[in-house]
Design a protein around this ligand. Structure first.
Ligand code: COA
Length: 144
């Protein structure tokens, strides 16, 4: 298992995994991923032959860090990849000067919320209608 920075050549596999994780109306569009691979901190977990199994994307701006998204391929869940990816992102954001990391997870996404709690994130507030009408988010924070 290799954890490394994402490259433009990973785009197709990243888009495919996003499609397996989220319905079309909730998925990030491919052009957004192309932008994030280039300009954000984007990390993939992959097999030696370059098959991408999961990815995480975030950024640091001054002391504030954030997680944009975290996806693990459905066939490779519950083997610790999600945690490995979030910790790898935290290491990079720390190097860039972030002191806290913020994220939003759908209030109806118990898997993600459980993962983030296990990684040390604490619930701060419920953001109503964050993902659209009736689709609330839990905003969570972690101090590095
Ligand atoms: C959420 C997600 C990233 C977890 O990835 P993962 O690689 O399976 O997570 P890990 O194996 O690292 O799990 C770490 C911990 O998270 C929690 N967790 C993960 N999946 C869980 C599940 N289905 N049910 C309950 N707890 C879960 C557990 O505490 C787990 O520790 P344990 O396996 O020792 O019990 C994955 O389910 C996913 O990609 N979901 C779809 C996309 C998504 O919702 N992303 C989050 C966007 S905010």
């Amino acid at each position: 298992m290799n954890i490394r920075r994402a490259e433009p050549g990973d785009l197709a596999q990243i888009v495919q995994i996003e499609g397996l994780c989220f319905p079309d109306e909730a998925a990030f569009p491919p052009r957004m991923f192309a932008y994030l691979i280039r300009y954000a901190v984007s990390i993939v977990a992959c097999q030696p032959e370059k098959k991408v199994l999961g990815f995480v994307m975030g950024y640091a701006s001054g002391k504030a860090g954030a997680v944009y998204t975290l996806d693990v391929h459905p066939d490779y869940r519950r083997i610790g990849l999600g945690l490995k990816l979030i910790f790898a992102l935290e290491t990079q954001l720390d190097l860039l000067g972030a002191e806290t990391i913020r994220l939003e997870a759908a209030a109806e996404n118990p898997e993600a919320i459980a993962l983030y709690k296990k990684a040390g994130y604490q619930e701060r507030e419920l953001v109503r209608n964050y993902y659209g009408r009736g689709k609330h988010a839990l905003r969570m924070y972690k101090s590095l």
